[in-house]
Design a binder for this molecule. Structure first.
Ligand SMILES: Cc1ncc(COP(=O)(O)O)c(C=O)c1O
Length: 418
């Protein structure tokens, strides 16, 4: 028996609207998207009606290793033979093994880990640790950034998502990402933490100046603030190095990883922190717990994800494919100068900045017609995010570029006709 497509598409949509989200169903109906996630394998996802798309969304990195990566699936099956969630209060062999591996892969003295289930939770943990460690309240984040929809993470993000839930935790402020002068103004002796995505995805894949993070590090050091990097999207090979922040040669105090650590198979996240911050948790070992955080079966599967990441040639492949995209983007820019105003890229963290705010949504719609799953950046809808699986082959990357060419052409025509 097959699990996918047991009911006709209309029935699935109707049931989803009735019991999951009437608002989402209405939105998709209004914009003319009736894609129901069906079969999935490698870089491809299929609609239950049979339409095949190359996944250039990847849920922001969840599918770095493709859909249903056979090695991660096999690892989870092996884990299920002997393990389960485990007990989050007790000493755990498998949580310790994964933490040790994450420590080895992380820069500097980042050698301790708190596990979680979701990215927002892992960001909340980072901010808790920064406040606990410093005894200060202030948290400075980037305007238009995104760190999740949980408490502290939500407050550090865009007010359009947090305002309805006021009153929010106090002492949060925001600065323009990439502007060191603005950060210098904002950080003082009350600042517990400065938190940025290494490359803010929801803001439109904004690649900061090369010396930005060195400046952030220096300002944090000068003011005794904790530097947190959100590597939920940029980590685990996406930027052509293990961590996006590695490409800037800077060591943060706390690094948060999530999405891709799951291998797209079992949710697990990690807040990796510097040994120097450990006294707070050592004195308060039960102050933060998460029942499912670092579930043992998930730890085992995540170790397989890290094995793949560490294999010889894996990061080189990411960089090679990134070069294919970079050359392709140059061609697209010269072919569509009125629409494609800027391309943004670090490894396979890529964005196409277009002429106006309608272009991102139009590209998403065009993608459904031309075999590409891509979404626009929510806090700058002129940008299409292009995040293919890291295992994408060169021929598939060229297929993506050809489709993008067609999609940009269509959008050019649509804009000319209005
Ligand atoms: C950069 C970043 N941080 C944090 C999160 C939150 O992760 P989660 O949805 O798992 O809570 C996301 C999710 O999209 C993200 O993109």
């Amino acid at each position: 028996m097959t699990l996918i497509g047991q009911d006709p598409k209309e029935k699935i949509i109707e049931r989803f609207a009735r019991h999951v989200s009437s608002g989402k169903a209405k939105f998709f109906a209004q914009v003319g998207i009736d894609f129901v996630f069906g079969r999935r394998e490698g870089v491809y996802v299929w609609d239950s009606g049979g339409t095949r798309l190359i996944n250039c969304h990847c849920n922001g990195g969840v599918f770095n290793l493709g859909q249903r990566n056979p090695r991660v699936v096999a690892a989870l099956k092996r884990a299920l033979e002997e393990l389960d969630i485990g007990n989050h209060h007790l000493i755990s062999e498998h949580r310790a093994l994964l933490a040790q591996r994450l420590a080895r892969l992380s820069p500097g003295d980042l050698n301790r880990v708190v596990f979680g289930v979701g990215g927002g939770e892992a960001i909340d943990t980072a901010i808790k640790l920064a406040r606990g460690h410093t005894g200060r309240p202030g948290v400075v984040s980037g305007i238009g950034g995104y760190h999740g929809h949980t408490g502290f993470a939500l407050t550090a993000g865009d007010p359009k998502y947090s305002a309805p839930f006021a009153p929010l935790p106090p002492a949060f402020s925001q600065v323009t990402f990439g502007d060191l002068d603005a950060l210098e103004e904002a950080v003082d002796s009350d600042t517990a933490a400065v938190i940025f995505e290494t490359i803010p995805a929801t803001l439109g894949i904004v690649v900061p100046p090369e010396d930005y993070f060195a400046g952030v590090r220096e300002l944090c050091d000068r003011n005794g603030a904790v530097m947190i990097v959100d590597e939920v999207q940029t980590g685990l090979g996406r930027c052509g190095a293990v961590w996006g922040i590695d490409t800037y040669g800077v060591v943060p105090d706390i690094l948060v990883t999530a999405k891709g650590l799951s291998g797209g198979i079992y949710p697990i996240t990690a807040t990796v922190y510097d040994d120097r911050l450990n006294p707070f948790f050592e004195e308060n070992p039960f102050i933060h717990v998460s029942t499912f955080g670092g579930a043992e079966v998930g730890c085992y599967a995540a170790l397989e994800v890290l094995d793949i990441l560490e294999e010889e040639g894996f990061l080189e492949h990411v960089r090679d494919i990134a070069a294919v995209f970079a050359a392709g983007f140059d061609e697209l820019k010269s072919k569509h100068p009125d629409i494609l105003v800027e391309t943004r890229q670090r490894g396979l963290m890529m964005g196409l900045k277009m002429a106006n705010d309608f272009c991102g949504p139009l590209m998403t719609l065009a993608g459904f017609r031309h075999g590409i799953l891509t979404i626009y950046a929510n806090n700058d809808t002129s940008v299409s995010q292009i995040l293919p699986p890291l295992i994408i082959e060169e021929s598939q990357a060229r297929e993506v570029l050809e489709a993008l060419d067609t999609m940009l052409g269509e959008i050019g025509q649509a804009l000319e006709s209005v």
